[in-house]
Design a protein. Structure first.
Length: 273
């Protein structure tokens, strides 16, 4: 549970402001193909109790609800929860969406058969608390499944590119959740079984790279905030580095813009005794 240390309250407030500065619902549209592949690998059964932690605007949670699972999504940002609720209502799907913190989940112990997070909980500042909460809310014998950007991926390069211009927050790198040795250290001794698989994950856009960079600059909160913190010359330098990234050898520009990234799929089974 959150003891409310002042330094972490301040950090969380800054992280919240950063991630909600743009419109993540629009950003998630470019991640849809990969989200669907992640969902299919969950192999859900109808009626399973599923918790999607740091669910954003409900991308995976709504797929799970459509499959017949009993779904709850939770996110720190009220604006994304409102988007998820609106999407569920529009699609005629039953799902519960709550405002809550991945480090202090507002749910009872052992209440879910499956606890998931796709490129979400990895961004919480205290991974040890996230680990404890994921385990706490999952029933004995239940699964925890995470999809995390790897340090070596295109998205890893993206965050390092931004970090060369604007220092990242003083917290463990979220990309460590995509490193097998780190995940083993965080989860291995606490679970009955643990599997990790690196999977391709594309970022897909119909526009040319220059428009894609502009899109992320407008809608992706961390990048929007990074540009806002720089003067005109520094903004130009960051823009140039991003253009180099989005036209590099990991990007296919033959038809729109498709960046070849990667996630680490983490599957853990909670002990029964």
């Amino acid at each position: 549970m959150d003891n409310g240390e002042p330094d972490f309250r301040e950090l969380k407030e800054r992280l919240h402001a950063t991630w909600t500065a743009g419109d993540y619902g629009k950003v998630a549209e470019g991640l849809e193909e990969g989200a669907r592949r992640f969902f299919r690998r969950l192999d859900l059964n109808p009626g399973e109790r599923v918790l999607d932690v740091a669910c954003g605007s409900g991308q995976v949670a709504l797929l799970a609800a459509a499959s017949g699972a009993k779904v709850t999504g939770v996110d720190l940002a009220p604006v994304w929860i409102e988007q998820a609720r609106a999407r569920a209502a529009s699609a005629g799907l039953e799902a519960q969406f709550d405002v809550g913190d991945a480090e202090d989940l507002p749910y009872e112990d052992e209440g879910f058969d499956l606890t998931i997070s796709l490129i979400g909980a990895m961004f919480a500042p205290r991974p040890e608390r996230v680990t404890a909460e994921l385990l706490r809310v999952t029933r004995p014998g239940g699964r925890i499944v995470l999809g995390n950007w790897t340090p070596e991926s295109f998205v890893g390069d993206f965050f390092r590119t931004v970090g060369r211009h604007v220092p990242p927050p003083d917290m463990p790198s979220p990309l460590l959740w995509g490193d097998e040795a780190t995940v083993e250290q965080r989860l291995g001794a606490q679970v009955a079984e643990l599997w990790m698989t690196r999977l391709p994950y594309e970022l897909v856009h119909a526009e040319a790279p220059e428009e894609v960079v502009g899109f992320y600059r407008e809608h992706f909160g961390p990048l929007k905030q990074a540009f806002a913190a720089l003067d005109a010359d520094a903004q130009s330098a960051l823009q140039a580095d991003l253009m180099a990234l989005w036209t590099g050898d990991r990007v296919d520009t033959s038809e729109g813009t498709r960046a070849q990234s990667e996630i680490l799929e983490v599957v853990a089974i909670k002990p029964t005794g």
